[in-house]
Design a binder for this molecule. Sequence first.
Ligand SMILES: [Zn+2]
Ligand SMILES: [Zn+2]
Length: 118
Amino acid sequence: MGLFRLFRGKRHQPPSPAPPAAPVSRPAPRKRREPWLDHGLHHGAHVPCARCDRRLRVALQSPSSVTVSHDGALDGIVLVCADCGRLLCATCALAASDNPYLPRCDGCRGNVTLPMSR
Ligand SMILES: [Zn+2]
Ligand SMILES: [Zn+2]
């Protein structure tokens, strides 16, 4: 009788090829100016309107709850141009626009918005 040997070698699972560890080099997003965020204003501070020099109160909005109403609630509240960062009162911003519901910057015609906190 011959010896019948079964070679049961341990099956070596071939190592699964590792995913190519290519360095993820995604282009850095262009740093966009965000005047409504980078305004350096403090909530409750007072700043003058860039156009009429009226004293305005800084009412920073939280980014999660942006409710911009133009029904008079903005009276005395500072607005910031989203393009050039100019600080305006609602009266001047509305005077610079031909749309009574769309205040604009009197300098660059950009949209104005309420300054926000980060
Ligand atoms: Zn003004
Ligand atoms: Zn502007």
